[in-house]
Design a protein around this ligand. Structure first.
Ligand SMILES: [Zn+2]
Length: 436
């Protein structure tokens, strides 16, 4: 059995686990009705004592991002009617990136912040981070929560943490070279970008001391060919994690083959629902609804995460955890999909194809535009050929066209440029440009 942060919880008997979840959510609903004006109003007429099974939980209404945003814009206070405690109890401020609308402002008390660190310690411990590790975080964390939480979780574990904000990529490579960190926390996009900069600086990333990379912020680390690419470039083991500002770090990678991510079910209730709001069967894909069971300052109950996952099995992972698995991790947000000539295009599927082709750099773009003459859409994939492979352009074009057609059912125009032509991103990349 794998070494775990909390073996008692992570291997809990499923029946006991469900009882624990029901008990926790009943307490959370009571707390929220009593202390959070938003839920006092939303849950009017609901008796927390009547919640005795998970089926009872499904009768509660879900909460959307749009609701949180509109509640916070209703009055002049920072957190609006989402805040439970007196403002003096808030210990940290963070906010969402605001990629889909106004950022949500998130309050956490000292107690809630400890809860974040515990959940991230679970993520990092499963990724093999131990007290003897030196963990480099090559980002300015700013008001974004994930790397702060990861930072504090390193301290909780007792690992040494090196904050890498406000440095250039070149300076960060120099830090890796001089401080010899054993692990790194980064977005998948930046892991690849940093590998490219290392090479430009005359360093082979696989020869550095980095042994483990924990990814956050994007779905990339669960896209098989991207995960393989990061692992190969850095000569490191790559772990995915899943979470959000509103809900916390609810999913983690145990590193067992192609397991995907486990839901941290003693701390979160994770539901996977069909379009009618009913739980999907095992093996089916559904939308994620997440409840952080122990957060109190600004709680959310049954939050519509906007992501899709496959409902995998429980208690079957070789790591020995009883927590349910989502094979392949987070599949992407429903609003990430693009409708092209009547076909739903999955950015994840496109990425998996491109990253699987030899001879290409890690940067790419997909441009969706109207056809010059006909009333149809044109999808163009722009890739960069790696230095040393320019004579393979024709072959790469054919390979890409065939693989993209197979993966998406669509015909793509392919444009090949020299390495370094596309703009590089330092955090998350916007790779699909829709000009229609
Ligand atoms: Zn596992």
């Amino acid at each position: 059995m794998a070494d775990m942060w909390n073996p008692l919880l992570e291997t809990m008997d499923r029946r006991e686990l469900e009882q624990l979840q029901v008990k926790k959510i009943r307490r959370l609903v009571r707390w929220s009705i009593d202390h959070v004006p938003f839920y006092s109003e939303k849950f009017q007429g609901i008796d927390p004592a009547s919640i005795t099974t998970l089926a009872d939980v499904q009768t509660l209404p879900t909460t959307t991002k749009a609701e949180l945003s509109s509640v916070q814009s209703r009055d002049d206070t920072l957190y609006g009617e989402l805040l439970a405690e007196e403002a003096t109890n808030v210990a940290t401020y963070h906010q969402t990136s605001g990629t889909s609308g106004e950022p949500i402002k998130q309050a956490d008390s000292r107690r809630d912040w400890e809860w974040w660190a515990t959940n991230w310690a679970t993520v990092l411990w499963a990724a093999g981070i131990r007290p003897e590790d030196r963990v480099f975080i090559p980002f300015s964390y700013n008001v974004f929560i994930a790397f702060w939480a990861g930072h504090y979780a390193c301290e909780r574990i007792g690992a040494e943490v090196v904050p890498g904000g406000s440095f250039s990529s070149e300076e960060r490579i120099s830090i890796i070279d001089h401080l010899s960190p054993t692990a790194m926390m980064t977005t998948p996009t930046y892991a690849l970008r940093l590998a490219e900069v290392a090479e430009q600086e005359g360093l082979t990333p696989a020869d550095t001391t980095i042994e483990r990379i924990v990814c956050a912020g994007e779905i990339g680390a669960s896209v098989p060919s991207t995960k393989d690419r990061i692992a190969e470039r850095w000569g490191a083991v790559v772990y995915d994690h899943a979470g959000a500002t509103e809900t916390g770090a609810w999913g983690y990678d145990c590193g067992e083959g192609d397991a995907g991510i486990h839901f941290n079910e003693s701390m979160f209730l994770v539901e996977i629902l069909d379009p009618n709001g009913r739980p999907v069967e095992q093996g089916e894909t559904g939308r994620l609804v997440v409840t952080p069971l122990d957060r109190r300052s600004q709680p959310v109950i049954r939050f519509e995460q906007g992501d899709h996952v496959v409902k995998g099995p429980t208690s079957e992972c070789p790591c020995g955890r009883s927590y349910r698995v989502a094979p392949g991790g987070v599949l992407g947000r429903a609003d990430d999909f693009k409708l092209v000539n009547g076909v739903l295009l999955s950015p994840r599927a496109i990425e998996d194809v491109i990253r699987g082709i030899d001879g290409l750099s890690d940067a790419y773009r997909v441009v969706l535009a109207e056809h010059e003459e006909k009333a149809i859409d044109v999808a163009t994939v722009i890739v960069e050929v790696r230095e040393g492979a320019p004579d393979r352009c024709e072959q790469i074009t054919t390979e890409l066209q065939t693989a993209l057609q197979r993966a998406s059912g669509l015909t793509f125009r392919i444009e090949i440029q020299n390495q370094g032509s596309l703009e590089r991103s330092e955090l998350k990349a916007e790779r699909i440009i829709d000009t229609r």
